[in-house]
Design a binder for this molecule. Structure first.
Ligand code: PMP
Length: 437
């Protein structure tokens, strides 16, 4: 793989044009290079398999996976065929359609806890609605979430922790009211006693405890004990709070189903998104029948959507999940990710770079630091400057990862042995270059 300092003339041209009409030049802030010290975000032209090509014709091995959905890489033939066929029948009816029924059945079969479900258009909507439903069912207002976990950009979810083991939130975004933030209690992940304290203090007011069963948003962080999630569920239920699992990243990421199934636990409500859309916009939420029965038109909690259950997203999702049923597909992703992380650790050792890798299945995060990362404060304490250097070195060498120390590398079903070898070569050169800066 070539590794030159590139001019990126076309990327600069398009990004300059973008900033004149798209706010900040990006349609989602995480796409900017702000948290890696700046620079022009690479403007992509097209993707194929495990790679994409920017507007200057430079190829990259893609570990961003569009922040999760592209588990089958780019332009997967089964998904593309399904979309092509689907467009022949028109793409939006605003009425029920067979594809949404088939897709709902497919999800229910994979995740039986989804006794009833609804399709929406994004992970944000899915989580936002589970919160509304939990409040409707319990008649309570407060939500407990875990520090550093991102659950979309609905007002209530844009709340960060104050200091202390459990704290009432303060708004993390202008435009979110103090009243909204006051309803969110934040506790550290992997810390049952903080959760217990929070619920002992506010339990009677807590509608739900919302958790990513395997964290994906301050890096990949797994529950540190086998029974952690069951304990979260038990403590929440003891206080009359529902448990919502945000599986927007984890759903169908590690096996054909939910992360809850990996731990043998059952949440009351689930939010899904990303992978289940096969690359098209989607979200879904669902759970226990008696809870979901509270949603309109059957119940008093309202949720709706013009694009919800549109046949195109349904058929892309069905196609994607049909491929993910292939025997061995998840094992292969895990094997490749294992080889890659093993190789990166060996190279880090060779170049005296202190790193910690958290990996679950085919997803992992490389933290620059020596301490284990088990909650947000640990991830915060890792070296962002080193990460930024590493990021820019990799990008120069055609390896595309997310521009943030808090994100994951996703190995997809279409990455190859060659991809892994080329990536290790680029990591070798990147660590080498970092020695000399
Ligand atoms: N929940 C989690 C765990 C997520 O990672 C994300 C997106 N990164 C969301 C919710 C929001 O999903 P979307 O961007 O589709 O609105």
């Amino acid at each position: 793989m070539s590794h030159l300092t590139r001019e990126r003339a076309q990327t600069k041209f398009w990004f300059e044009r973008a900033t004149a009409s798209i706010l900040g030049g990006v349609n989602s802030p995480s796409r900017s290079f702000k948290s890696v010290g700046g620079g022009t975000p690479i403007v992509m032209q097209k993707g194929n398999g495990s790679r994409f090509i920017d507007v200057d014709g430079q190829e990259y091995i893609d570990y961003l996976a569009a922040y999760g959905p592209s588990i089958l890489g780019h332009a997967h033939p089964v998904v593309m065929d399904a979309i092509r066929k689907a467009t022949q029948d028109g793409i939006l009816y605003g009425t029920p359609c067979p594809a949404e029924v088939e897709f709902a059945e497919t999800l229910r079969q994979a995740i039986p806890d989804l006794e009833r479900l609804r399709f929406v258009n994004s992970g944000t909507e899915a989580v936002m609605t589970t919160i509304r439903v939990a409040r409707a069912v319990t008649g309570r207002n407060k939500i407990v979430k875990f520090a550093g976990c991102y659950h979309g950009h609905s007002d209530a979810m844009l709340v960060a922790a104050g200091s202390g083991p459990s704290s009432i939130g303060v708004p993390d975004s202008a435009g979110v009211t103090a009243n909204t933030a006051a309803e969110i209690i934040t506790v550290p992940f992997n810390d049952l006693s903080s959760l217990e304290k929070a619920l002992a203090c506010h339990g009677m007011e807590v509608a739900a405890v919302l958790v990513e069963p395997i964290v994906g948003n301050f890096g990949i962080v797994a529950p540190e004990s086998e029974n952690y999630l069951q304990k979260v569920i038990d403590i929440s239920h003891q206080h009359g709070a529902l448990v919502i699992f945000d599986e927007v990243i984890t759903g169908f990421r590690f096996h054909y189903g939910s992360a809850a199934q990996l731990y043998g636990v059952h949440a009351d409500l689930y939010a899904l998104g990303k992978i289940i859309g096969g690359g098209l916009p989607i979200g879904a939420y669902g759970g226990k029948l008696d809870i979901m029965n509270q949603v309109a038109p059957l119940g008093p909690a309202y949720q709706a959507g013009t694009m919800a259950g549109n046949p195109l997203s349904m058929k892309a999702g069905l196609a994607c999940l049909s491929v993910l049923k292939t025997p061995g597909i998840y094992e292969r992703m895990e094997d490749l990710a294992k080889r890659l992380t093993q190789g990166i650790l060996e190279l880090a050792h060779h170049y005296h770079e202190t790193i910690t890798i958290n990996r679950v299945g085919g997803a992992f995060t490389i933290f620059f630091g020596s301490q284990p990362v088990r909650q947000y404060a640990d991830a915060e304490a890792t070296d962002g400057v080193k990460f930024a250097q590493f990021f820019h070195e990799l990008i120069q060498r055609g390896i595309f990862i997310a521009p943030s120390k808090y994100e994951a590398w996703f190995v997809s079903a279409v990455h190859t042995e060659t991809d892994i070898e080329e990536t290790l070569q680029a990591v070798d050169e990147s660590f080498h270059a970092m020695q000399n800066t």
